[in-house]
Design a protein around this ligand. Sequence first.
Ligand SMILES: *Cc1c(COP(=O)(O)O)cnc(C)c1O
Length: 453
Amino acid sequence: MESKKFILQEQDIPKAWYNIMADMPVKPRPLLSPATKKPLSAEDLFPLFSKEVSRQEFNMTDPFIEIPEPVRDLYRIYRPTPLVRARGLEKALGTRAHIYFKNESVSPVGSHKLNSAIPQAFYAKEEGVTNLTTETGAGQWGAALSMAANHFGLNLAVYMVKVSYNQKPYRRSIMETYGAEVVASPSMSTKAGRAIITNHPNYQGSLGTAISEAVELAMSTPNCKYALGSVMNHVCLHQTVIGLEAEKQMEMAGEYPDIVIGCFGGGSNFSGITFPFMRHNIAGKANSRFIAAEPQSCPKLTRGVMQYDFGDEAGYTPLIPMYTLGHNFTPANIHAGGLRYHGAGAIVSALSEQGMLEAMDIPQNETFAAAHIFARAEGIIPAPESSHAIAAAIREARRANEEGTAPVILFNLSGHGLIDMAAYDQYHAGDLVDYAIPQQEIDDNIAQLPKLI
Ligand SMILES: *Cc1c(COP(=O)(O)O)cnc(C)c1O
């Protein structure tokens, strides 16, 4: 491989996360109480989340928030992660574009999710919490939180979306190896789960449903908090270690990205790679493009509406101002389980409304084709989620070829795909289908939302 790595030292692990809300001239709309429709404050979230992440959720004033030393200590296991100039990929595409990727797949659990799992477990422990609950789609977030919870001596119950529980049994094994309890969702152990199973006995689950179950358990168990792996502002905050490191590494490479790309589920890895660069756009010092790559089958940014919606199926969470397909939207069973979520986080949604970013929706087969080009050129087998970012980078490089330009493209490799090989097998057998959603289905789900915007 001719690709070149840019390596930072341990002391270069950021000492603070970047909070883009402080720099946004127009702030995201507030979270609302589902009961009163009034804006919430940090205290309102204390029953659900740890106090510190609740405060971070509402912090619109501090551009940098200190990373606690025990969190940096655990980051040291895998951070700083490499930035790679993907010369192999450039050659395979015959492009003059310079393509870089930030390799978050080197974390022990294989994805970027650990960047937020560690602080969330740490803060919970600090506040005397003994138990955590969460949901997981493909199992990446569950695996990350299992590792972090175990490190800080917390018990963890994970509701895993049923389709992934069956498609990705090894992620369950990983969570159990770290000591977590894993339940397929929908389950009969919660009211929310029982209601869905009664109405749809064959329902294969969604992130929205699994969140309802985890929230319900947290609210009904003493000394138990809920932790979420994406969407919320504090999660996006924690993920900015990705972009802060990448910024230094691009400097080492002597370049600045014209285009920054992240795949898009709820927005955490996209926020992580883009926000530290976006701050220079906000300050008028740069003019990069930011592209969120989402699945064609779950296109909240490209085809959803900006509206207040619940983060979960049952409607237990606060109302979030988000681009959404409606919380009752049932995404197709595509293999990028981590992208099967109906909405986008509040910050990204506001930035999208303000024209600060672009979104691209990509069919499943195109993402697997991109994954193969990348694996053969760079040696790393990407997660199906990350393959959306790769596909978007390839589209941009090909477009540059046609236009005769040579942009600097940076994308986030959010995870590896070594536990997703069943999906690769299906692609090899020609069994993967593309799912484009009929407009009527989107309209029907959106019509059910309260009109608060
Ligand atoms: C969870 C996950 C995603 C999607 O979540 P975001 O919050 O949108 O980043 C993307 N890639 C991988 C590898 C994941 O595990």
